[in-house]
Design a protein around this ligand. Structure first.
Ligand SMILES: NC(=O)c1ccc[n+]([C@@H]2O[C@H](COP(=O)([O-])OP(=O)(O)OC[C@H]3O[C@@H](n4cnc5c(N)ncnc54)[C@H](OP(=O)(O)O)[C@@H]3O)[C@@H](O)[C@H]2O)c1
Length: 437
């Protein structure tokens, strides 16, 4: 018997969906009780949706609502006459956006005028949505799947999250298990990608040796790639040689400054799965309980920075080799002081690195583009993520749901910017309020 699922609303469209019960997969998958998917403007070509086939949706003339950034340092503007993005390349899927996870860059980009390829532009890096069109029968994805998509390819406007319909590649979309919240999943993607690439590629941590939900050995995956297929600006980071002795081993210490961030919490959980001992620097009064629950071995309060350095150096005997900063250049500079400067330590800065360099330390930035520029890397990460979610191995971020759809994003970003929603991710709902999980 079919269960009643979400009702998906847009200005002129209401699709009643039914979730398929007792299906071989344990992922959210929906069938359409109405046979037509109707984009939000009349007199356009309708894509017929079938559970088993993927009839091309001719979306060229269809219009949708999007949130446009018209100028730097301005709020986003809602428009209702933007083209529904078209599938242009093999492996692409069309997704109806159901929920958008907000990231700091969504307000920082416009406020400080970076990460905006041209104007007007559509932003938004994390979404969960319903797959409306798949590339072919052999795709891992099916029409009706609910997926989470980390949209790291922000230079491709078709893939942005702040719109009703978005394009994704199948190797960058992870199916959401039916027991997992769609909204919480919408908040996870970019943090997961950043944490996995930082640990697995920059530091060379081998996830294939995990006893529970093993993942990829990304150093091996990367070694199979053709260097010329990878963007030049990340080649050094991606193809740095990893001696076995240089890669983190079970029992090694890792320090994370900004461990209460979404990225920090994911990195902590993955590092613990791999057997590392993790030092978490954060506001301990606020976030200590959650960090302990997530496996932290040592909590260090972020407010007294001198004492934090002293504690970390004391506990690791001055031999710390791996550290990730997730806050900024200033805290990366403080964190650097905790590392063993004798030649084998690694410091990764997600939002900046110290100005002065110490010859005994290797400095890293996260090669985020690798996720969308190397299909083998993307595929290995999203299939692992599906497994981590299905087995409940990875805890999802705590979220605050913001209603109001695309119109509500400016206000939600003001809240994010104010810092009042500490330790939680804001997720904007684009479906009907009452029916979505
Ligand atoms: N380079 C990349 O590709 C990439 C990818 C992902 C993320 N990032 C960047 O990484 C950063 C974190 O992103 P996110 O989405 O994970 O963040 P988030 O979930 O929004 O994290 C915000 C948290 O940071 C904590 N925080 C603020 N200032 C701090 C400080 N001085 N020391 C320690 N913790 C502090 C706050 O905790 P309190 O409660 O203590 O204030 C707050 O809970 C952002 O700047 C983001 O742009 C970069």
């Amino acid at each position: 018997m079919a269960l009643v699922g979400p009702s998906i609303m847009s200005t002129t469209t209401c699709l009643q969906l039914e979730e398929l019960p007792n299906k071989p997969s344990t992922f959210h998958r929906y069938i359409f009780s109405e046979t037509h998917f109707q984009p939000s403007v009349p007199n356009t070509t309708h894509a017929k949706i079938d559970e088993h086939t993927s009839t091309p949706a001719s979306s060229l003339e269809a219009k949708q609502r999007v949130l446009l950034l018209k100028a730097a340092r301005e709020q986003y503007t809602l428009v209702d006459d933007h083209h529904v993005p078209s599938i242009l390349h093999p492996g692409e899927v069309l997704v109806k956006v159901l929920a958008i996870g907000l990231n700091p860059i969504d307000w920082k980009g416009p406020a400080f005028n970076f990460g905006i390829p041209s104007l007007p532009w559509i932003n938004g890096r994390d979404l969960a949505g319903l797959v409306l069109q798949v590339p072919n029968e052999s795709s891992r994805l099916r029409v009706g799947d609910i997926v989470l998509v980390p949209s790291t390819d922000y230079r491709d406007i078709r893939k942005a999250a702040f719109q009703e319909y978005a394009i994704a590649t199948d190797f960058n979309a992870a199916r959401i298990p039916s027991s997992t919240s769609i909204h919480a999943s919408a908040s996870l993607g970019v943090a997961f990608v950043a944490a996995v690439l930082a640990l697995g590629v920059s530091f060379g941590l081998d996830f294939s040796r995990l006893t529970q939900s093993p993942g990829p050995n990304l150093v091996n995956v990367v070694n199979q790639l053709n260097k010329n297929d990878i963007p030049v600006d990340i080649q050094d980071e991606v193809f740095a040689t990893h001696d076995e002795s240089d890669r983190p081993q079970r029992g090694d210490w890792l320090a994370i400054w900004g461990a209460s961030t979404t990225t920090g919490l994911v990195a902590l959980q993955l590092a613990k799965l791999a057997g590392l001992r993790v030092i978490c620097v954060a506001d301990i009064a606020r976030h200590g309980a959650k960090l302990l629950e997530s496996g932290a071995d040592l909590l260090v309060d972020r407010h007294d920075t001198d004492r934090a350095v002293e504690i970390i150096r004391g506990v690791t005997g001055g031999k710390l080799r791996y550290a990730i900063d997730i806050v900024g250049k200033d805290t990366a500079t403080i964190l650097e002081k905790t590392l063993d400067p004798s030649g084998n330590a690694h410091l990764l800065g997600l939002t900046g690195l110290p100005k002065e360099r110490n010859t005994g330390i290797k400095y890293h930035t996260v090669p985020i583009k690798l996720f969308h520029s190397a299909p083998a890397v993307g595929e290995s990460m999203v299939t692992w993520l599906e497994d981590l979610l299905q087995s409940d191995t990875l805890a999802l971020p705590e979220i605050v749901r913001a209603d109001g759809g695309l119109e509500g994003i400016n206000a939600a970003l003001d809240v994010l910017r104010s810092g009042t929603v500490s330790g939680k991710r804001i997720v904007v709902d684009l479906g009907s309020k009452e029916s979505q999980p």
